[in-house]
Structures are given as structure tokens and as C-alpha cells.
Design a protein around this ligand. Structure first.
Ligand code: ZN
Length: 304
């Protein structure tokens, strides 16, 4: 790829499709978004292709195109799987978009794109091994090693959210039923809805994750206690990742990453669970926030 060539990234989300063009230094040249057509596969193809041509008209050149999507394209069948935009599942999205856009495209899971973005020029830059985690409505993850996404045969590297919560304590078993068919998945504890459920279970009433985090920042005793339990569960969940992968940096994104007190609280607890006399892994907040999906999609095409 010549160094003047621009990279275009698309984040195909459930409610909006966002597009961005980055130059070789990662500087944003333009950005656009359109609503995602609901339950309409053909209209989704049209919307993505339309966004690509509109962005390219804006910068007056053809770009490399990478796409972040929920779920993944199966290596075995070429069809979409595991997408919560269910109209994409079982469809040859990769091939049909390449036909419409007229060039090879690269696809990756949205959490993988988040990890790639933060490893390339975000909070995990200069780190050899980066584990990127999104904790929001769900829990996604991705692994970047020496600047490249780890992409295995099943397309699920980093998807630790559907492992069971490790080192379970009294009251945590068997855990809540998860939509994936298992019980007590990490996602059922660490997602925003999981945090809110735990708070309700201990205190009654109903409160969303954002409010709990805000109250904890203000020193509210019940919210602080909820965040303490949450931090211990996150410490255990991430300790199992550290034992397996030994990342230099773990980058947190998603709504819960806005909780400033979480970072120290988790790092002060994970020593107890990690199989090492000391833990030098850093837990840091994402630098690009919500833009990381679309930026990582653009970075799917590396400089050549
Ligand atoms: Zn699950």
C-alpha cells in the first residue's frame, strides 16, 4: 500500500453504521453515520456500500476498506455467525459486499476492531500483547500481538465473556442462565445489566449501571459496595486471562470503562489470583472511546 493511501473503516452496528477515513498517521479525514436498516439484509448492504462511496467522494480517492461487525464471518462457510443483528446471520455478507464495492474487503468482530484500534495508536500502543475488552451491554474481547489481530480458526479469540466466572464464591453458583445456554458466564456478571442486577439483588429497587457508577464516584456507600464486588469479579475474570495470555496491557472500553475507581480496585485485587509473585500487566482505559470500532476497522489494512 503506498503511504499516501487512505484507510476507510466501517462500524456496522445494530442501530447505526458509522464510517471514517484515516490518513497514514491515524488522523481522521472525514466521518459519516447513517441509521442501520432494521431487519433488512439487502438494505444493510446498500447502506454500507452507499456510505463507502459517500466517504470516498469526500476524500476524492479509493481507499482500503475494513469492516467491524457484531459476530464474525465463519472461515469455514463464509457466512455470518453469532451476530446480534440477526438478519446478518447465515448470510454471505463478505462476498456480497465485495461484489457491491468492487474490491477485497477485510472483516473483523467489533471487539477485535476495538482491540486493534487501541493497540495501534491508543492506550495499548507500543505494547507487544494487548487484550482489549468491551464491558457494556455485553462483554467482548480481542487479542492483538505485535500489532496484528489474533485470528484463529473459530474466529473467537478473546471471547472470554462466555467462560464461567472463575474462583466462584458463596452465593455465585450456579449463576444466572445466559442466552448462550450456559450458567454463570462472565458476561452475566460483568456486563452493564449484570452489574445492575447485582446491585438490585443486594439492595432492592432498580438502577442502571451508569447511575450506580455515578453514585459510586460520589461516595454512595451502597454503590461503592456494588463496585467493590464488581471489581473483585473483574479481577478474577482478568486474572484467568493473564494466566493464559500474559498481556502487557488490558484496555477497557464500553460504558463501564468510565468508572475511574475501577482500575486501581481491579489491579489491587488480581495479584491474589494471578500465578506470579508480582503482576506487571497494566489495566487502562480506552483512549479512543466509542470511535475505536470504526478506527480499528480502518486499521485492518496495515501499511505495506
Ligand atoms: Zn454465556
Amino acid at each position: 500500500m503506498d503511504s499516501n493511501k487512505l484507510r476507510l473503516g466501517i462500524d456496522l452496528g445494530g442501530t447505526k453504521i458509522e464510517g471514517i477515513v484515516l490518513d497514514a498517521d491515524g488522523v481522521e479525514r472525514c466521518r459519516e453515520r447513517v441509521p442501520t436498516p432494521q431487519d433488512d439484509y439487502e438494505a444493510t448492504l446498500d447502506a454500507v456500500a452507499g456510505l463507502v462511496s459517500s466517504l470516498e467522494a469526500g476524500v476524492d480517492q479509493a481507499c482500503s476498506v475494513g469492516i467491524a461487525m457484531p459476530g464474525s464471518v465463519s472461515r469455514a462457510t463464509g457466512l455470518v455467525k453469532n451476530s446480534n443483528s440477526v438478519c446478518l446471520n447465515g448470510k454471505p455478507l463478505h462476498r456480497e459486499l465485495e461484489e457491491r464495492i468492487g474490491r477485497p474487503l477485510r472483516f473483523a468482530n467489533d471487539a477485535d476492531c476495538f482491540a486493534l484500534s487501541e493497540a495501534t495508536d491508543g492506550a495499548g500502543r507500543d505494547a507487544a500483547v494487548v487484550f482489549g475488552v468491551i464491558v457494556g451491554t455485553g462483554t467482548g474481547g480481542g487479542v492483538v500481538i505485535n500489532g496484528s489481530l489474533l485470528a484463529g480458526p473459530n474466529g473467537i479469540a478473546g471471547e472470554w465473556g462466555h467462560n464461567p466466572l472463575p474462583w466462584p464464591q458463596a452465593g455465585e453458583l450456579p449463576g444466572r442462565a445466559c442466552y448462550c445456554g450456559q450458567h454463570g458466564c462472565i458476561e452475566t456478571w460483568l456486563s452493564g445489566p449484570g452489574l445492575a442486577r447485582d446491585h438490585t439483588q443486594m439492595n432492592g429497587g432498580a438502577m442502571d449501571a451508569r447511575t450506580i457508577i455515578q453514585l459510586a464516584e460520589l461516595g454512595d456507600a451502597k454503590a461503592c459496595a456494588t463496585m467493590k464486588r464488581y471489581a473483585d469479579r473483574m479481577a478474577r475474570a482478568l486474572a484467568s486471562v493473564i494466566n493464559l495470555l500474559d498481556p502487557d496491557v488490558i484496555v477497557l472500553g464500553g460504558g463501564i470503562s468510565n468508572c475511574k475507581r475501577l482500575y486501581k480496585a481491579v489491579m489491587s485485587r488480581w495479584d491474589e489470583y494471578v500465578f506470579s509473585d508480582r503482576v506487571d500487566t497494566r489495566l487502562v482505559r480506552a483512549q479512543h472511546g466509542d470511535a475505536s470500532g470504526v478506527r480499528g476497522a480502518a486499521w485492518l489494512w496495515p501499511q505495506e
